[in-house]
Design a protein around this ligand. Sequence first.
Ligand code: ATP
Length: 876
Amino acid sequence: MSLPLTEEQRKKIEENRQKALARRAEKLLAEQHQRAGSGSSIATSSSQSKQGLPPNLPREPPKPVSHGVLFKQQNLSSSSTGDQRPANPHHFHLSTPQQAEGSGKIQEDVPTACLSHSPPSQMTATRVSPPLAKSPPGAPTQQLLCYQSGPASHETKSTPFANTAREPLAKAKSFQKTPASSFGQPHRDPGLDAKAERPSTSGQNISDSRCGSGSVTARPEGRLPQKSGASFHKAVSSQQGTCIRSGDRFQVKIGYNAHLIAVFKSLPSRSYDPATKMWNFSMTDYSALMKAAQSLPSVTLQPLEEAEDSRELPSAGGVVQACLPSAPSLAFVKGRCVLISRARFEADIGYSEHLTALFKQMDSRNYDAKTRRWSFLLEEHNKLIAQVRCLPQVQLDPLPKTLTLAFASQLEKTSPCVPETIPEADLSGVDSKLVSSLLPFQRVGVNFAIAKRGRLLLADDMGLGKTIQAICIAAFYRKEWPLLVVVPSSVRFTWEQAFLRWLPSLSPDRINVVVTGKDRLTAGLVNIVSFDLLSKLEKQLKTPFKVVIIDESHFLKNIKTARCRAAMPILKVAKRVILLSGTPAMSRPAELYTQIIGVRPTFFPQFHAFGLRYCDAKQNRQQKEALLLFFSRTAEAKIPCVIEYVLDLLESGRQKFLVFAHHKVVLDALTKELERKHVQHVRIDGSTSSADRDDLCQQFQLFESHAVAVLSITAASMGLTFSSADLVVFAELFWNPGVLLQAEDRVHRIGQSSSVSIHYLVAKGTADDYLWPMIQEKIKVLGEAGLSQTNFSEMAEATDYFHKDPKQQQIYDFFQKSFEEDGSDRELLEAAESFDPGSGFQDLGGMLDESTLMDSPLKKRRFEFFDNFDSFTSPL
Ligand SMILES: Nc1ncnc2c1ncn2[C@@H]1O[C@H](COP(=O)(O)OP(=O)(O)OP(=O)(O)O)[C@@H](O)[C@H]1O
């Protein structure tokens, strides 16, 4: 910060400035006298224009301006270097604040202080003074032009030019009627007239006075000699016509002219309207027409006013362009297409007249005035790109390849808004029992699969009957069997039953359920094997399976696992690949990758491209053990509250419900309390055998007296149907929301007739503070990727409290990073078991409900927050 000037210093500076101004004015005068004696008027004017010299030099130095303005100007002046004459003096005159905003150059030439400090009426003086004050003796043209503008403006507005500027058609008439009126003046560019018509935000129309005064110096450099002769001649003798916009096209209003008609006929978008007797064209032909018309001596075409307007907008030197004839712009514009929604893309590119005309031809076009960008439906992407390639001055890069692949079906559509039609598959070769049992949405799934030639990921919600659909799809390709069915070990026999049920034509002895590592993988026509046995038996395969079903295909999420390594080569060579999963990505989009390449190996040949686009995974090993200990201690701390909550539920009359927990200590405490209170219950955890699981599940389903099912989150969240209950209580949280959702769906499935309630018990001040927002975050990510419709947004309360302490956020970060790490779920699961050996993780099966309830029952979530363990009371 510098000290302010004293009054005396200011006075001195002002005196010096006045002297300098006087000296400069004298010098300018002397120079002008010298040049005036060395050429004819037009030639001199032209050369003056190039030199930046004024045609009418003022005899007196200009009046001083206010100090405020002066100081500002001096600062600006001192900051500039070298020759301070603007490269193109016209910038200064016609720049409006908007133009100045878009152009650094204009802002440099027009001191901000002038614009902001002077009221419109004083603008002329203010604008005149600064350049004089700061410029070297070779004073730029604009100083003098501006100086004239005030007094000259009224006069010039009354000239025919000024009138025609307002009314383009009137102009044409006046030219025809009074050609003499244009003598002594150069031909005026209608574009400039149009420009002059618009009021400047600075409160005056400097261009009016300049152009209206007939100043030849107003012409852009280098253009005047040809144009002043040719155009002027044309203006006098040629046939006048006008371009008129009509929607996306433009019409030409002109009398008969054989040469022009020939031009019209050469334009591809031509159309003749016998009613109006006018030719009309698309905007793409506009420039070509104008150019051709200019070369016809017998024709003068008034350009489209709107086209002229729009041509000025993106250009920093808009005024100069507006003065140019309507020849095509030589500027090269380059940009790219950007996806902005599932349905639309945007052109991120600068302005080009031709391109804009092309955009306007697109049916789905939409212009965002805020961003100044055009957007279109994906269906028009290929058409647009193909047409843009014909524009030599434009390079518009298409959407990235990954996107064009991902949205191939939309991009291949030629007309917008036509929904993809899936043909009805001919299922006459499939057992009629199966086909007739398919529910309408299942039939759609089968049709889709066959339209995709038997390679798909069927990701219907849990319990909606993916099994029956998979069997139907596989049966459609029965001629290509033997069939391989890879499933969690717990549901191997359920699958066998399903085949027997839905395909009566299949002899039971043709079904081979692989039970041990010594069995043959190819012994049957239908071969059912668990993921783990597949990895042991894959070496037996001499000839590949052509048709493969993978149930719970998210089991293949980690490419490093033996099961995935065994399955992927089989999928690669199979002709039909039917992947089934109600939770294809349990925790993050990266889990989809192996399943995607299982279905379409060429879709994302390398994870890199997929990862870049959909995943933001960071490798970060941290504090896992400490966190798991935290998790374990949380479980212990929650036990009394959880027990109280469950007992309250029972006391309130709740008859049948599930309680999920992760740690053995919680499961033990719960069952112990239920036993103590003589509450009939079942318990399924990692130590329960496969056979017992089915029995226990059946007991709970059938016996009214069984009130509570105490279940391990990891061991009982899949393959079991508990539709006789309609409430699920989560005594503990788990970092993988997919597992939680699967557990929820033990009651929320076909067979359920009531609306379902889900209660999450969240303890404040424990690891739940970090797990809970993390679960929400993951659900959100999955939701954004279209992989989950679950909305946990009601849980706003849970999200604020832990953020209050910045140190606490760190713990959350640790949790998130540790659990986000690639492949960490399994790893963490195993690590968690080391704290709690009783709840081992294994694939356990269960009995499936065969009820055929059509409607999906409502699911209601409820979140109970324990913030004071001592004063905890049940919410019921
Ligand atoms: N069209 C149908 N006719 C009769 N029963 C059906 C039909 N569709 C599904 N079911 C029954 O609904 C239950 C759930 O079906 P299934 O096990 O195939 O679901 P899912 O989508 O594989 O579920 P999850 O993802 O949980 O494994 C099964 O008992 C099944 O027999």
